[in-house]
Design a protein around this ligand. Structure first.
Ligand SMILES: *[C@@H]1O[C@H](CO)[C@@H](O)[C@H](O)[C@H]1NC(C)=O
Ligand SMILES: *[C@@H]1O[C@H](CO)[C@@H](O)[C@H](O)[C@H]1NC(C)=O
Ligand SMILES: *[C@@H]1O[C@H](CO)[C@@H](O)[C@H](O)[C@H]1NC(C)=O
Ligand SMILES: *[C@@H]1O[C@H](CO)[C@@H](O)[C@H](O)[C@H]1NC(C)=O
Ligand SMILES: *[C@@H]1O[C@H](CO)[C@@H](O)[C@H](O)[C@H]1NC(C)=O
Length: 394
């Protein structure tokens, strides 16, 4: 009897704690160009290096009316997440910290860098593949995070009942401060890993070689998830890879008259999509392991970018993409309006009149309209496991 009352109280407490944890006061993000809100832009300025094509117009034209470093015409999935939680758009970590107000930092910091890989640059360099954009791989981003937020954290969990954030949180965070911040943060761990494959495939590496290090990529992502959990994170969203076989850049790169290579419903390249699914299956399997055996009070959420996007490739017209899903809005011609020697933003590239009618923005990244629909499928719909909107009843 006493035991069952105790259980009932425990159950009640865990329900309350879950509801509380859904009140996210901050977003902390790691990843690549799918989530970069300005890190690469600021890195380029600091290092006086050659600005990549996505720092030029027409990037940003639809929403920000200028390039911000985001690889799209407007907002990214992470921007829609921030808006959905009532938070400001997440500022980039790299750059002048004095520009970041204390309040802003408490509402989130973005460590994602366009071009970033999950595995270290040295791993790829040893295979003869160098990263043209950045060496800020996932481990580098985590190091930035720990230096900025948790400089002295030992990783030990300290019980604490007062969950309000202390005022001194901007500098010299103690492990307890760090835990406070993390407990109330939505951690976006990715998408990351896609570039490990992109850079290698573009360098001409055969798919079987690339496939051989998928488990290592997954292991690296899982290690990062475990690390933020040890620091106190309670909700981690881990996105999988997109259906890269539908990407205009790959369609142009592997353009072929062999119709068997293409999915006859979508026009996407079958073997590349199978490869993305392989990555996603391994990732989900490992997430399930850490969910089951390690952390009962942590929400580890898989974000199914693949199938959320696949809806748009299967029936683009239904979603308002009247110009289809495979041809890029911004590019320099060819069957998919993608030419890797003349990328979007180059002087001789052209931009479509209505980006909202295209899924693909520049052949690699999607339009704001596509990202908005994918965001809705994930956070308001059924494409997160467990469902994000089942955690937070509001
Ligand atoms: C969410 O957290 C903030 C800051 O801790 C607090 O002011 C607010 O009342 C909370 N909202 C809900 C619905 O719990
Ligand atoms: C990455 O690191 C290598 C080796 O240190 C360096 O040569 C290269 O310039 C770096 N690349 C970028 C984009 O920073
Ligand atoms: C793509 O393939 C088609 C069919 O084989 C061919 O007609 C076309 O010229 C190719 N385009 C490019 C840009 O390679
Ligand atoms: C499309 O592909 C499927 C499976 O590969 C095949 O069964 C079907 O006959 C194809 N349909 C057309 C119209 O080619
Ligand atoms: C890409 O653009 C270059 C430069 O304009 C041109 O020479 C080349 O033919 C184009 N490639 C394709 C596949 O259209």
């Amino acid at each position: 009897m006493a035991i069952s009352i105790c259980f009932a109280i425990l159950l009640l407490m865990s329900r309350i704690s879950y509801a509380y944890e859904c009140n996210y006061t901050s977003i902390i993000s790691f990843g690549n160009s799918l989530a970069d809100t300005g890190n690469i832009k600021n890195l380029v300025a600091i290092h006086h290096s050659e600005p990549p094509h996505f720092l030029f117009p027409p990037y940003g034209e639809t929403f920000f009316h200028k390039p911000t470093g985001r690889c799209s015409n407007g907002r990214l999935i992470i921007d829609f997440i921030a808006e959905g939680l009532g938070l400001p758009l997440i500022p980039p970590y790299v750059g002048d910290k004095s520009n970041l107000r204390k309040k802003e930092v408490r509402q989130g910091v973005n460590y994602a860098v366009a071009g970033a890989t999950a595995l270290s640059s040295s791993f790829h360099e040893a295979r003869g593949v160098s990263n043209p954009t950045t060496n800020a791989s996932l481990q580098v981003q985590l190091k930035w995070f720990k230096q900025f937020i948790c400089p002295t954290s030992s990783g030990t969990l300290i019980a604490h009942n007062d969950c309000s954030l202390p005022d001194s949180i901007y500098t010299n965070f103690s492990p307890v401060d760090c835990q406070h911040l993390l407990q109330h943060s939505l951690i976006l761990m990715g998408e990351i890993g896609g570039n490990d494959y992109n850079h290698e495939l573009r360098a001409g590496k055969p798919i079987n070689e690339v496939k051989s290090f998928v488990p290592l990529v997954i292991k690296t992502i899982i290690a990062a998830v475990n690390e933020v959990i040890k620091l106190g994170a309670k909700t981690i969203i881990v996105p999988g890879n997109f259906p890269i076989g539908c990407s205009s850049s790959y369609l142009a790169m592997y353009n072929n008259s062999d119709t068997k290579m293409y999915d006859n419903k979508t026009g996407c390249i079958i073997w590349l999509n199978k490869f993305a699914e392989y990555h996603n299956q391994l990732l989900q399997r490992e997430l399930e392991k850490i969910r089951k055996f390690n952390y009962h009070h942590v929400n580890i959420i898989y974000a199914d970018y693949y199938n959320a996007a696949m809806q748009l490739y299967r029936s683009p017209k239904e979603f308002g993409f009247l110009n289809g899903a495979l041809k890029a809005c911004c590019g320099a011609g060819g069957p998919y309006n993608f030419n890797e020697t003349v990328e979007c933003g180059a002087a001789s590239s052209t931009t479509c009149a209505d980006p909202d009618t295209y899924v693909s923005w520049d052949g690699v990244h999607l339009t704001e309209a596509a990202y908005r629909l994918i965001y809705r499928s994930l956070f308001k719909g059924s494409y997160t496991m467990p469902r994000f909107n089942s955690l937070c009843r509001s």
